[in-house]
Write a protein that binds this ligand. Structure first.
Ligand SMILES: Nc1nc2c(ncn2[C@@H]2O[C@H](COP(=O)(O)OP(=O)(O)O)[C@@H](O)[C@H]2O)c(=O)[nH]1
Ligand SMILES: [Mg+2]
Length: 453
């Protein structure tokens, strides 16, 4: 892909009421100039910058849209940093497509996915973490994920990494100056002081890398499987979580035969909920057996399993199967509305850590929801925090490992060797923000974007 030709793309989803077509590049205005004119007869090059004007797209032979808004945003004060033109035309299937074709005919190339954002990054309008946040904003599946992406878009991760980079660059400068001026007694820190500071930086990097779990949970959602014996209220619990009757509930055991999937946000965490067929030992029905096999496969690949039991039935016959022990689970006892206080106490004593709920009355659900969010996030969820993505976490851990390699070398005053590791750590941090760009990295990131972004 050429980096500086003029590109165009439909920026809105096809079929809406209004379509936005975006053009970026040095020739954006020149190549569109004859295609649009305002109601007053002005061409694009005569429009004041950032002024939305009504006009028409096309000419007498082919008037593609008689009421099409246009705006010119000259670089560098535009999304891409280049000259940008936008047309807001009628939506639907054909109008925007015809306009795009006219633009291509006048020599504008159709953009590749993420190409606008890639140009914004290359032109210094945003760092790489911010560009990634643009994509996260669009794919956010929950309010928490949206807020996370918003903070990242404002530079939360980039700024934190830049702070650590500055700390590290300062240490590197001192280590390198000992190489350059070994004889001079400058105002240097002792090797121990340098070592402590490097260790502190490594610890800060690890701490930031550890927010990856939260980042992955919020960006990707958590697979939660509701499993247990038949008729304990699994489908009722799913319906409670969704606030609607998604799964069929019946007093007949074996009603749910296949897995049922739905999404819900619980305590700000996006969950992909899976209701499963009940698991019991004795069964003849082939469909039920197949359903149980699916339940097991789902539970095995889940991030979290809720093993549901019926509080009115003996616990011994509703035990968690061995294969379920390997996954992360919460023990849930349902139908608390049918239990006396004494029975509830007995259950708490015999099954410590179990959660008593009633899928019928909603009793205990708030506590269960908090426990679910905590089980996947590892700690109480704090929306003020930043949470890195897997790509960032890997580079942060790599940087931290390099610094830890440098620690003994500093102690032994092997400055040259220590400097190699510190430089490598700095390079890893630079790859997070995009200061350092390795081949293929940009394509790997931006090709996942949607068209027009
Ligand atoms: N009293 C009471 N009955 C419940 C509760 N949850 C489910 N049930 C009933 O238990 C039966 C089985 O429920 P269902 O959700 O289909 O169980 P599943 O087979 O585990 O999916 C139905 O008759 C439900 O109305 C509860 O919390 N309290
Ligand atoms: Mg069911």
């Amino acid at each position: 892909m050429k980096e500086n030709d003029t590109i165009c793309a439909l920026a809105t989803a096809p079929g809406g009421a209004v379509a936005v077509i975006r053009i970026s590049g040095a020739e954006a205005v020149a190549r569109c100039n004859n295609l649009w004119r305002s109601l007053k007869g002005q061409r694009l090059d005569k429009l004041p910058p950032r002024y939305l004007a009504l006009g028409s797209f096309g000419n007498v032979d082919a008037l593609l849209d008689p009421s099409c808004l246009a705006v010119v945003m000259p670089g560098p004060h535009s999304y891409t940093g280049e000259d940008v033109v936008e047309f807001h035309c009628h939506g639907g299937a054909l109008c925007a497509r015809a306009i795009l074709q006219a633009l291509m005919k006048s020599g504008i190339r159709l953009a590749e996915p993420g190409e606008f954002s890639k140009r914004a990054f290359l032109n210094g309008k945003m760092d790489l973490t911010q560009a990634e946040a643009v994509s996260d904003m669009i794919s956010a599946g929950s309010m928490a994920a949206l807020k996370l992406a918003g903070r990242q878009l404002q530079g939360a991760i980039g700024n934190r990494v830049a702070e650590l980079e500055t700390q590290l660059a300062d240490i590197r400068a001192e280590v390198e100056s000992r190489l350059d001026f070994p004889e001079e007694e400058l105002d240097w820190r002792t090797p121990e002081e340098l070592r402590d500071q490097l260790l502190q930086t490594a610890e800060a990097l690890d701490k930031l890398a550890a927010t990856r779990t939260e980042g992955e949970v919020l960006r990707g959602g958590v697979a939660l499987v509701i499993a247990g014996p038949p008729n304990v209220g699994k489908s009722s619990l799913l319906n409670q979580m969704l606030g609607r009757d998604r799964a069929i509930v019946s007093e007949r055991p074996g009603t749910t035969r296949d897995t049922i999937e739905a999404s819900a946000q619980i305590c700000g965490v996006p969950f992909r909920l899976v209701d499963t067929a009940g698991i019991r030992a004795s069964h003849e029905d082939a469909i039920e057996v197949a359903g149980m096999e699916r339940s097991r496969a789902s539970a095995e690949s889940a991030d979290l399993v809720l093993w549901v039991m019926d509080g009115t039935r003996p616990a011994a016959e509703q035990q968690l199967p061995d294969w379920c022990l390997a996954s992360k689970q919460l023990l849930v006892i349902n139908k608390s509305d049918l239990l006396t206080e004494e029975q509830k106490n007995d259950l708490h004593n015999s099954l410590p850590g179990c959660m008593l709920i009633s899928a019928r009355t909603g009793d205990g659900l708030e506590t269960l929801y908090k426990a679910m969010a905590e089980a996947v996030l590892g700690h109480a969820h704090n929306e003020g925090e930043i949470a890195v993505a897997a790509r960032h976490a890997e580079l942060l851990s790599h940087a931290s490992a390099e610094l830890r390699n440098a620690l003994p070398l500093l102690q032994e005053e092997l400055w040259e060797l220590a400097a190699v590791h510190i430089r490598e750590a700095l390079s890893a941090l630079g790859q997070i923000t995009g200061k350092v760009v390795l081949p293929d990295l940009l394509d790997a990131i931006f090709s996942k974007f949607c068209l027009g972004k």
